[in-house]
Design a protein around this ligand. Structure first.
Ligand code: SF4
Length: 375
């Protein structure tokens, strides 16, 4: 813990912001996978006004700037996790307000998915707090059933279930899974200060299994862990070098949970959040940048700055996994005011491509379906 705090304090308080390099990053150029860490650092270190302008320009070239993906997250198995992620209230190693409960039955999960769809969410994500799905045959079969049923509603389906083997990824794909969330959390160097029970390469192995199964990847990080600017750049660098960028890059702002080792961490400054989002937008131009945990602590104006900088997805509904979420009605009012609309399911081209014939033959791309999923 003391190391974590030292890391935060040691961060230089004054950084010389330059926009010279930013001017050479030509908007509209091809998506790159050969970024150097130094290049990304220079983008990140640019003057914030120029950085947001450039990110917004890139965003408009690759995405409809009026569209935000609305995703609802549900915890289908809470707490009691054997891992030691130092930010997480669900780890059994810490004494937190979260109470452990078993894997939910299929019925209540489908009911929640229907409610999410009726409120305009087009992606439904289910999370289970455990290290991996190994040795949970019956539980995994129940999850496959949930995936099949939610997919049959015409929604994008995502799960976050810890580490996966290639065979488990294949079964999820066959059940109709659209995306799998597995965050890298932070840079390779800082990671060991956050988690010790599984390695960075373990995480990359699961992401590879998901990729190989033809599932879209959702992988990003958490800000406010005590990391430095260099670590935030290191996280973006790690995904920027992948042969295929993640289709989704969540940017979470730590919500410190009493009882966890990071309970005393300070809230990440808003300009750091915006700077990270804008850098990710420029480096990962086709990716959906997801403004995730901690959004409910931002004012409406702060959220809009994140959208200006290229964020184009949010979690909305009743709750994140264990922390509060902005409710649908508040988000609808905010989006109406600012001229934003919800994305339709499978609107992101790279995600639709992965669905292939399933999407064409399943009749979910037609207007009738799209009408059906509007609130
Ligand atoms: S983040 Fe996931 S793997 Fe880590 S302790 Fe929490 S539930 Fe377990």
């Amino acid at each position: 813990m003391s190391q974590v705090l030292f890391h935060a304090v040691a961060r230089p308080s004054i950084i010389l912001r330059s926009s010279r390099f930013l001017a050479t990053v030509a908007p509209g150029s091809a998506t790159r996978h050969d970024w150097t860490r130094n290049e990304i650092q220079k983008i990140y270190d640019s003057s914030l006004m120029d950085l947001v302008y450039q990110a917004s320009t890139v965003h408009r070239q690759h995405h409809d700037p009026s569209k935000i993906q609305l995703c609802t997250l549900m915890n289908i198995k809470t707490g009691g996790c054997s891992e030691d992620c130092s930010y997480c209230s669900q780890s059994s190693r810490y004494s937190t307000p979260t109470t452990a409960s078993p894997l939910l039955e299929v019925g209540p999960v489908l009911e929640a998915a229907r409610k999410a769809r009726a409120n305009g969410s087009t992606r439904f994500c289910m999370g289970a707090a455990w290290r991996d799905v190994g040795g949970r045959k019956r539980g995994f079969e129940r999850i496959l059933e949930m995936v099949r049923e939610v997919r049959a509603m015409g929604m994008e389906v995502c799960t976050t279930l810890g580490m996966l083997t290639p065979d488990q990824a294949r079964q999820l794909k066959e059940a109709g899974l659209t995306a799998y969330n597995h965050n890298l959390d932070t840079s390779r160097e800082f990671y060991p200060q956050v988690i010790s029970t599984r390695s960075y390469d373990d995480r990359l192995g699961t992401i590879q299994a998901v990729r190989d199964a033809g599932i879209s990847v959702c992988s990003g990080g958490i800000l406010g862990l005590g990391e430095s600017d260099r670590d935030r750049v290191g996280l973006i660098y790690e995904v920027a070098r992948m042969p295929e960028h993640p289709e989704s890059f969540p940017v979470n702002a730590l919500v410190p949970i009493p009882g966890t080792p990071l309970e005393g961490n300070e809230r990440v400054p808003h300009d750091t959040l915006v700077r990270t989002i804008a850098t990710a937008r420029i480096v990962l131009p086709e990716t959906i940048i997801r403004l995730a945990a901690g959004r409910n602590t931002l004012s409406e104006a702060e959220q809009m700055m994140c959208f200006m900088a290229g964020a184009n997805a949010v979690f909305t509904g009743e709750q994140m996994l264990t922390t509060p979420c902005s409710p649908w009605d508040v988000d609808k009012t905010m989006m109406d005011k600012w001229g934003l609309k919800g994305m339709e399911s499978f609107e992101q081209k790279s995600v639709a491509r992965k669905e292939g014939t399933t999407l064409r033959d399943g009749g979910v791309s037609g207007d009738t379906h799209r009408e059906a999923i509007r609130p």
